[in-house]
Design a protein around this ligand. Structure first.
Ligand code: FES
Length: 296
């Protein structure tokens, strides 16, 4: 079965935070095909919201193609799980939905991906819950890696990858350090920005070398890296925090940054190495945490 029917609506789905930062490039992968873009995580619109929009329009058939532009991310099976969940929850008109088994990675590859196997969504797909995903991980540190637009433009994808690599090299797993990629963390001028909690230590200009130092010196040995550390100003302890724009230091003409802040996705460095890509269950950098005992 293939999805070369032109009447079918094509949705390219970014699989990880990496694709959110490269949304324009994702859209261009459609080539001369009409398509919309949605995201499995972090970005807007979500896959579920896009399916609802298309269903409300009366769309008869929808083809989902996952896009992975980075080195890693969840497998296409997650498209089926999320679409299957949507299918079960949806009341009213539901389009026929198919999911391409192969992820789209490069320009010009779409015809090949669409010409290969696709599977229909039936509502019998695996659910979104599992006993293996019940517990809050037992980590000592949570590391927030900013993947907002400014940090991403200055290489925070490489920062996240370097952190993951160094954590694996030091044998740090989910019960040691939980790495979470976020939207804008606010001190954009110091991009790429990383924050370590619960120590409340913020770092700026975290390139590959700095990321490696943060892992070895702070996350393993417990001593913050003073050279990269950003000053931390505390607001009044009244419960009403300050906002970025209220500080009066927003760039002239920058407009509201509200639309490019927020969102997160957690990374599991050790499991990232354990799970092969393209198994249909993959997880890894730029995407959700892989739970114990079950691949997603
Ligand atoms: S984009 Fe990273 S701190 Fe704003």
């Amino acid at each position: 079965m293939s999805v070369d029917d032109r009447a079918e609506h094509l949705v390219l789905v970014g699989m990880s935070a990496h694709e959110v930062a490269l949304a324009d490039r994702v859209a261009r992968l459609a080539g001369d095909r009409l398509a919309t873009v949605a995201f499995l995580q972090v970005g807007d619109p979500s896959l579920s919201r896009e399916l609802t929009r298309l269903a409300d329009l009366g769309t008869g058939r929808v083809a989902l193609v996952g896009v992975r532009l980075g080195a890693s991310g969840p497998g296409a099976s997650w498209l089926r799980r999320v679409a299957g969940h949507w299918w079960r929850e949806r009341s009213g008109h539901r389009p026929e939905i198919t999911v391409a088994a192969q992820l789209l990675r490069h320009d010009g590859e779409l015809p090949t991906v669409l010409g290969r196997a696709v599977r229909p969504v039936t509502g019998r797909e695996a659910g979104l819950a599992s006993a293996a995903w019940q517990d809050v991980p037992g980590h000592r540190y949570q590391v927030l890696v900013c993947r907002g637009p400014r940090c991403t433009a200055r290489g925070s994808d490489a920062t996240a990858a370097a952190l993951s690599r160094a954590l694996v090299e030091h044998g740090q797993g989910d019960d040691d350090v939980l790495v979470t990629q976020t939207g804008c963390l606010f001190p954009c001028n110091h991009a790429p920005v990383v924050a370590v909690q619960p120590d409340d230590v913020w770092y700026g200009r975290v390139d590959d070398a700095a990321a490696t130092r943060v892992v070895a010196q702070h996350l393993v040995a417990g001593a913050p890296v003073t050279e990269q550390r950003l000053p931390r100003r505390r607001g009044p302890a009244r419960g009403l925090g300050w906002s970025h724009t209220s500080r009066g230091d927003q760039e002239p003409g920058a407009g509201s940054d509200a639309e490019v802040r927020g969102g997160s996705a957690t990374v599991s460095p050790l499991r990232e190495q354990r799970v092969k890509p393209d198994t249909g269950h993959g997880t890894s950098a730029d995407q959700g945490r892989e739970p114990r005992g079950e691949t997603r």
